[in-house]
Design a protein. Structure first.
Length: 180
């Protein structure tokens, strides 16, 4: 009933909440795992993920190869990705924008456009100095040996093609993703 209500109430936004509200992801950048969670219960754990070449932390600017810490949602789904499937995150968050504004990384116009997009339940601009197009994806034609040997992305979270196909059954627009 709640899901139907949310779909009806949110249908005027650019993306509606269609994911199971109880399902969310916890990305552990130290353990290199993704946990599929329902409330606080772990339903499944995917191991041996890869993150950004620059590790994980507070993303300082576009091109720093850092996987950002924070809470995001899946804002779009790219089924025709060169990485097999791409689940784009609503990065940068309003919190990311606030930190970047305080540090002089972005100006007030960029800050306002990010915050206003989140208020309107839209994907924030992906072309600010903070970067964008951060997501969860597969390998596509990339070498699985490299994937298992090192963190290789430009800030995304990568899984094998088999893992992304499996994970995609749990995900849709609106799924919460917490990266720690």
């Amino acid at each position: 009933m709640l899901r139907i209500y949310l779909l009806l109430c949110c249908s005027f936004f650019s993306f509606s909440v269609v994911a199971n509200d109880d399902i969310w992801l916890l990305v552990d950048t130290k353990a290199l795992t993704i946990e599929v969670k329902k409330g606080q219960q772990t339903l499944e754990t995917l191991n041996d993920i890869a993150i950004g070449r620059g590790g994980a932390g507070i993303k300082l600017h576009q091109g720093d190869n850092i996987t950002p810490y924070g809470d995001y949602k899946i804002g779009w789904v790219g089924e025709q990705s060169s990485f097999r499937k791409f689940f784009g995150l609503t990065y940068p968050s309003a919190e990311d924008a606030q930190k970047a504004l305080e540090q002089g990384v972005i100006n007030r116009v960029a800050y306002d456009s990010i915050v206003n997009a989140h208020r309107a339940h839209q994907v924030p601009p992906q072309n600010t100095p903070l970067g964008g197009r951060i997501g969860i994806h597969g390998l596509g034609r990339a070498d699985e040996k490299i994937h298992k040997a090192m963190n290789w992305t430009h800030g995304c979270i990568a899984l094998t093609n088999q893992q992304i196909d499996h994970l995609s059954h749990w995900l849709d627009k609106g799924t919460v993703v917490r990266i720690k």
